[in-house]
Design a binder for this molecule. Structure first.
Ligand code: MV4
Length: 508
């Protein structure tokens, strides 16, 4: 087993991994950028080292520096969390070369799944159903010919893509040339690779994914599915487990397909197979995520299995210790991702100091978060401030519990998506559980402000700049009033009794 693990991440997932390590008796090492010196993951870890300036590409993404810190402090494992270096095959290779265990699958497996065309070919060979389409990269001429052959509508997708980048829907023949050009240039700009392939468009699809665990002893099991159809601009907003209307028979078929997918590539650790499920209940492999996912906690809630501990054990070469027959699904869990965004201003970023933070608790409630009262949310990283996970004996109870917990959740100083979740949880279409990936656009007014895809990155960057300036102005303002009594600083119902002293004493 590991002696010491470096967590190459920040925020709630770094905290999540540190918690697993502490329970396993493993020492933990945090890394932090300039703006994360006082972050929660730094406070919870046994040791912490600076890794660079705020931009991730100059800190959390600098492979050589992360490895150099790991070696200097004697870590024998690196947990990448999600995002950052988590699906970077070269980083996994580099770790291996330096004699430090990367907690995840091999670099080769990650590259194989990272390239979508190769992944599709691999899945086809393993007998896993894929969306009808090509299993090789195409020239424009080939793409036009193939689209005519399989029939419109089609999706043009970047081979190097995933998560919606470099993806174009084509409904009419005269849109094809432009879609190909746009998908290629977006793919080139994002991934430095402009190869594309074509798939038949699946109408009103649902996003259902299967959680997998595999060890080095030839055991691969699945932990059932999660429904992740509630997304906004390819960002997940709410997830639930089990999925809606997934019968035990369909669960078993999808689970077996996902296990076959993992076995076909010699997968080790925790992973997820994403599928599209169409109106007829047919399912198609979409992509495989070779990391722990944000929404892993809802699967933990309905199975009682600690996924992060399982992936650490697998990386240490220990057997899973759980057989497929041992996996029992109990009740229903819902995750609401709470972002530092203003739902009343088209989800504009809302960075700043978290002046009040009082998360809900009580029966069936779990909150995983990387912030605390007094912490600052910056524009440099993912805007998710907390995950609220509610478990219930059934879906009704899980929804009511989510609503109850949301009503207790007090966050002030920044705007959050809590109010949006309250509306969503009460929406009759959500309550019925009959929704697909179009839910937010169709029922929550979520598509407003256009959805060009191409401009998304630029629009987001400008919004972040505007938000950063506003946060700076607010801070200046607050600093000038810092000597005023707290009651003068706004209707703060929560006593913050000696914030800094309390944190030092209470949080080691
Ligand atoms: C599709 C599709 C329909 N047909 N592929 C979006 C993200 C990327 N991982 C794949 N995506 C889709 N691929 C075919 N052939 C619809 C989507 C899609 C989607 C998928 C999952 C969750 C939300 C989505 C929102 C819009 C489109």
């Amino acid at each position: 087993m590991f002696q010491k693990i470096l967590i190459a991440n920040r925020g709630e997932i770094a905290v999540r991994v540190i918690r697993a390590c502490r329970e396993m008796g493993i020492q933990t090492v945090a890394i932090y950028s300039d703006v994360d010196r006082e972050a929660l993951h730094v406070r919870y870890a046994d040791e912490a080292y600076h890794c660079g300036p705020p931009p991730a590409r100059e800190s959390y993404l600098v492979m050589e520096r992360v490895l150099e810190i790991a070696k200097r402090c004697g870590a024998d494992g690196i947990h990448p969390g999600y995002g950052f270096l988590a699906e970077n095959g070269d980083f996994a290779d580099l770790c291996e070369k330096q004699g430090i265990v990367f907690i995840g699958p091999s670099g080769e497996v990650m590259r194989r799944m990272g390239d979508k065309v190769t992944a599709r070919r691999t899945m086809q060979k393993a007998g896993v159903p894929i969306v009808p389409g090509t299993t090789k990269a195409l020239s424009d001429e080939e793409a036009v010919a193939f689209s005519a052959e399989i029939g419109l509508p089609v999706m043009v997708k970047a081979s190097a893509g995933g998560g919606g980048k470099g993806m174009r829907l084509v409904r009419e023949h005269d849109e094809l040339a432009q879609a190909l050009a746009r998908a290629r240039s977006e793919a080139e700009a994002s991934f430095g690779d402009d190869s594309i392939y074509v798939e038949k468009f699946v109408e009103e699809p649902r996003h259902i994914e299967i959680q997998l665990l595999a060890d080095t002893h030839g055991n691969t099991i699945h932990l059932g599915e999660r429904e992740c159809s509630i997304q906004r601009r390819h960002q997940k907003v709410v997830e639930e487990a089990p999925g809606n209307g997934i019968s035990p028979e369909l669960r078993e078929r999808m689970g077996k397909a996902a296990v076959a997918a993992a076995e076909a590539v010699g997968y080790v650790g925790a992973g997820t197979c994403e599928f599209l499920v169409d109106k007829h209940g047919d399912f198609f492999f979409l992509e495989m995520n070779t990391r722990v996912q944000v929404e892993h906690a809802i699967t933990e809630a309905i199975t009682g299995i600690d996924i992060v501990k399982a992936m650490i054990r697998a990386a240490a070469g220990e057997p899973l210790g759980v057989a497929q027959e041992d996996v029992r699904i109990s009740g229903h869990a819902i995750e609401a991702r709470i972002y530092a965004e203003d739902p009343d201003r088209n989800f504009a970023p809302s960075p700043g100091e978290v002046v009040v933070y009082r998360p809900p608790d009580g029966i069936g409630v779990r909150v995983d978060s990387g912030v605390y009262q007094g912490a600052t949310v910056t524009v440099h990283y993912d805007p998710m401030v907390a995950k609220l996970i509610a478990w219930g004996a059934n879906r009704d109870e899980a929804i009511q519990r989510t609503l109850r917990a949301l009503s207790e959740f007090a966050v002030k100083g920044i705007k959050t998506s809590i109010s949006f979740h309250q509306k969503l949880m009460r929406h009759p279409v959500f309550v019925k559980g009959c929704y697909d990936t179009g839910f937010i656009d169709e029922h929550m007014d979520g598509g407003k402000g256009g959805d060009s895809g191409v401009e998304d990155g630029a629009v987001r960057r400008v919004a972040c700049m505007v938000a950063a300036i506003a946060a700076y102005e607010r801070d200046k303002d607050r600093a000038s009033r810092a000597s005023a009594p707290s009651s003068a600083r706004g209707g703060d119902r929560w006593k913050t009794h000696g914030r800094r002293a309390a944190l030092r004493g209470g949080l080691r």
